[in-house]
Design a protein around this ligand. Structure first.
Ligand code: FAD
Length: 230
């Protein structure tokens, strides 16, 4: 739809791809205090562990020089998994997926009677879990307005407010935060890594800052921000 409308998808594509390897291995049994969603920073190669029913999904960045066919080989996934817990190798692998990662936002979410929402309107890296959530926020923002326009209770211009509010919030919050999440995970310099840790410690030590931080990363703050955008 977006392409057919000729709406530009502004932004960029990261040079690395992400490899997701799914395994039934029980990481809870070998990593103390592991959370179901865990981000592991590492100057060599960060990874991300996500518990889903019956499996763990482990995500790794794949450098641009590694061809797709190599990254999708069983041996490559095994080697990547071997870096997660020292001494544990030879995992059972349920499946692997390799995909490109983008940060893009449509130039407009409305062209006449056509409205864009969800991934058609915006895509971001998955660190922080904001993609689907952002799409749901689009739907919540749009549906009530659309119903009122269809019922003749509001002018069609009301739909421009959907475009303004959701597009600007996506740029301000989702794109900024998901890019920051990725940069924090992959930080290579000691100075940068210390800065991230110190910032988290400072936030954790102050209940007010912790509340603000959680409101921001859970995207609740962005829901409050949207109506201020017109
Ligand atoms: C590895 C990974 C992890 C993620 N983790 C999270 C997370 O933790 N939290 C989060 O919020 N988000 C996450 N996301 C993002 C999330 O998956 C997407 O943002 C969400 O699925 C987008 O939903 P959507 O309905 O907009 O688009 P889609 O899920 O892409 O649905 C679009 C549908 O339209 C269909 N379609 C396309 N063209 C046509 C056509 N011409 N006619 C009919 N049907 C058509 C497609 O087949 C598809 O079923 C993650 C994504 C990835 C890749």
């Amino acid at each position: 739809m977006r392409r057919a409308l000729g709406v530009e998808f502004e932004g960029f594509t990261w040079p690395e791809r992400f490899l997701v390897v799914s395994t039934p291995f029980d990481f809870f049994a070998v990593i103390p205090h592991l959370a179901s969603v865990s981000y592991v920073t590492d100057p060599e190669r960060w990874h991300f562990l996500l518990r889903i029913p019956d499996l763990w999904r482990v995500m790794f960045p794949i450098p641009p020089e590694v061809p797709d066919a190599v990254a999708l080989e069983h041996a490559y996934a095994q080697a990547a998994l071997a870096s997660v817990v020292p001494g544990i190798t030879n995992y059972q692998i349920a499946h692997t997926t390799l995909y490109r990662v983008h940060q893009r936002v449509a130039k407009t979410y409305r062209v006449g009677r056509m409205l864009l929402a969800g991934d058609a309107a915006h895509i971001n890296n998955p660190l922080g879990g904001m993609g689907m959530n952002g799409g749901i926020h689009d739907a919540v923002n749009l549906t009530d307005r659309l119903a009122r326009v269809i019922a003749g209770e509001a002018h069609a211009d009301e739909l421009d407010r959907y475009d303004r509010q959701r597009r600007l919030v996506t740029l301000e919050y989702v794109q900024t935060q998901s890019i920051r999440n990725k940069q924090n995970l992959e930080a290579r310099e000691d100075k940068e890594r210390d800065r991230f840790r110190d910032e988290l410690r400072r936030i954790a030590a102050d209940p007010g800052l912790t509340r603000d931080y959680l409101l921001r990363v859970s995207m609740i703050a962005s829901l409050k921000r949207a109506p201020e955008l017109g």
